[in-house]
Design a protein around this ligand. Sequence first.
Ligand code: EPU
Length: 427
Amino acid sequence: MDAIRIRGGGPLRGAVRISGAKNAALPILCATLLSDGASRLRNVPALRDIDTTAALLRFLGRDVKVAAPEVEVAAGSSVRPEAPYELVKQMRASVLVLGPLVARFGHAKVSLPGGCAIGARPIDQHLKGLEAMGCKIRLERGYVHVEGPGDRGRLRAGEVYFDIPTVTGTENLMMAAALAKGRTTLVNCAREPEVEELARVLNKMGAEVDGAGTDVIHIRGSERGELAPFDHAIIPDRIETGTYMIAAAVAEGGEVTVQGAEVSDIEPLIVKMRAAGVEIATEGQNILVRRNKPLKAVNVTTAPHPGFPTDMQAQFLVLMCFARGESVISETIFENRFMHVPELQRMGASIALRGNTAVVQGVDKLYGASVMATDLRASASLVIAGLVAEDETEVRRVYHIDRGYERIEEKMRGLGAKIERVKGADA
Ligand code: EPU
């Protein structure tokens, strides 16, 4: 396995261009199942999760061509509405094929994802929604079997009340409803920009979706039994944007322009970074991040969008490791999302963990060490810590990073970081 080696040094300077959003591209790739025509996605990031989704779509019988930043998906010669454990365990978002498969073929068999490093992450809300649309659900030998109602399995429009806002749950149900008979209402939906982006694509495909971006979404299913193919360029990745913004601010003197970003999507982070004393100027799709004074400690509580994103918690925590005073970081979305804390403690950070709250006391410096990446965003936080730590930091298990950050070492090097990938270093 590869590792990433970083020699801590001075501040980052220069410009970095943001790639397409992983968490928007994944559901949109799955939405291609709703059509038999050839769809084209543009601005798709070159990431392991995209390759896993392509492999899953091929397994399902689709013809997929990945030539990042473009992906084309067309109907293949056969259809197999089944997502096997081997692929689902590599990437939980594979569950996003469930809604489109049932909608399109009247039945589906998808492996349950199982637990993951950051929390239990059940899919009960996805299943409850499908039941509200007339499906029968059976769990057998680790697989969920879903059968659509009569009329060759065509889903019926329903009213779905989510107990909690769930991003992929909302997306799965939107895709299922896009071919259901009648008008479906989803209540207490996730309001993330990626949900809105999926709605844009479903509307291009001929479904009628309105309300995406609010907590109530209405979807009128297409009468034709399938949707039209589409051509769509994916929105910029707000979490990659935020990750480079934090990397720019972590060392005093940093000055980085993050290019091609969607400023409004990352507003909750901008507000907290400004409160911490980081200078942020925006112009069109560019965000200039400048840090020329000591950081102030600020508190953060993660929340569903438009709250502070859980996917930025680990990176923000690293920033607070260098702030003056004490900051309290509370995680409310996932129950086990502080796996970066013990690694940062090994680098000299002063953090006390109390349940799902981390109390961070700023320190003058961190020290390089060999650390282990445990999930995607935790890995990114360790890379950021390595940028300013004394001596060398080696981040192991970087396959987590490759799931969600396109060419991270190249982009960081472009900003002056001393960072390299060491092939096979993490045996
Ligand atoms: N939940 C349930 N039941 C469900 C679904 C969710 O209890 O049926 C719970 C989860 O366990 C969690 C909360 O609801 O406690 C919110 O989870 P959500 O379903 O919104 O998360 P997700 O859809 O599985 C997406 C992103 C994650 C991101 C979260 C929260 C994708 C592919 N993944 O996951 O991204 O952290 O929303 O914003 O969109 C990442 O990119 O690193 C990542 C983990």
